[in-house]
Design a binder for this molecule. Structure first.
Ligand code: GLU
Length: 305
């Protein structure tokens, strides 16, 4: 049943890909194939159902914000983290600067770029990126996870806006220490290569409240996972999060590399890859796959099961 529905979801999504375009503001991302589409469902039993390009490697981009938030909560604790970053959705684009000056230098939430840069300053470790990489391997159950050097350098060169935000927040005392090293950590985290299958596994661990269902190992405390999934609902699809919550209703996080990770509590993880993005930066194909699966498998978080 899952395989059939997934195939049908991919077929449905394919017909919308032409409506999107790959990201170009990070030059290396513009090399992605706009016709690519892959999706994977991971179940607690260890079964995987895949269609299309579900083993293609692409960079996590904003999806890394979930992983870095857990690491910051683990190493700096709840109070410190939320003294530096808020909990409110913005309704603004992910790289918007405006509220930092007009509202508060404390970023509204950890899922926008400004918030994630602060979060990277709150990973209390001498090796924040290496920790993040190891943690991502575990969460995605994928030893092939690695830094995409070309995307990293491309991001670093093109990251003027992120740099501007980091230095502004430093001038306001939100970021303390070495802004360049936090930015470097952030750029690297965004440039970690994953697959749709790996994202499905990540979604599954979140669906299972932080425990890898195959090994029984607890990878994150359940209260941290609850926080992460709440942000996925309220801020996971940039300034489309409200519409996505109504139409799809599955806690999800997208990235401009074309990935979306989704987590259906107690049931499954879903990973999608389709680098053609809509105007707000969400994967056109991924959103359509999820819309189809939500309707046909009754996955909306408020659906009666
Ligand atoms: N590295 C990207 C940036 O900083 C991440 C954006 C995203 O995926 O939303 O703009």
């Amino acid at each position: 049943m899952y395989q059939q529905e997934l195939n049908a979801a991919c077929d449905y999504a394919h017909s919308f890909l032409y409506q999107g375009a790959v990201a170009t503001y990070i030059p290396q991302l513009s090399l992605a194939d706009p016709g690519a589409l892959g999706a994977c469902i991971a179940l607690p039993t260890g079964e995987h159902f895949c269609c299309g390009d579900c083993e293609t490697r692409f960079t996590m981009q904003s999806i890394s914000k979930l992983v870095s938030l857990i690491l910051a909560l683990q190493t700096s604790g709840y109070s410190k983290v939320f003294s530096k970053v808020g909990m409110e959705p913005t309704g603004d684009p992910f790289n918007s600067i405006i509220k930092l000056e007009t509202m508060s230098a404390k970023p509204s939430n950890p899922m926008i770029n400004a918030g994630a840069i602060v979060i990277s300053s709150l990973i209390d470790s001498p090796t924040p990126f290496e920790d993040m990489l190891e943690f991502t391997k575990k969460l995605t159950m994928d030893e092939g996870v690695a830094l995409d050097e070309k995307v990293y350098l491309s991001e670093k060169n093109a990251g003027m806006r992120n740099r501007a935000m980091a230095y502004f927040m430093m001038s306001e005392g939100i970021i303390e220490g070495d802004a360049e090293s936090y930015l470097d950590t952030y750029f690297k985290m965004c440039s970690v290569g994953v697959t749709a299958r790996g994202l499905a596994n990540l979604g599954l661990v979140l669906a299972n409240d932080g425990v890898d269902p195959h090994t029984g190992e607890r990878l994150a405390e359940d209260w941290m996972v609850r926080i992460v999934k709440t942000f996925m609902v309220t801020c996971g699809l940039y300034d489309s999060s409200g519409e996505f919550a109504v139409k799809v209703g599955i806690p999800s996080k997208s990235g401009v590399g074309g990935g979306i990770v989704s987590s259906v509590s107690d049931l499954m993880g879903i990973g999608t890859y389709a680098p053609a993005l809509d105007k707000k930066g969400n994967s056109v194909g991924g959103v359509r796959v999820l819309e189809y699966l939500s309707q046909n498998l009754n996955l909306h978080m408020f659906a009666k099961r």
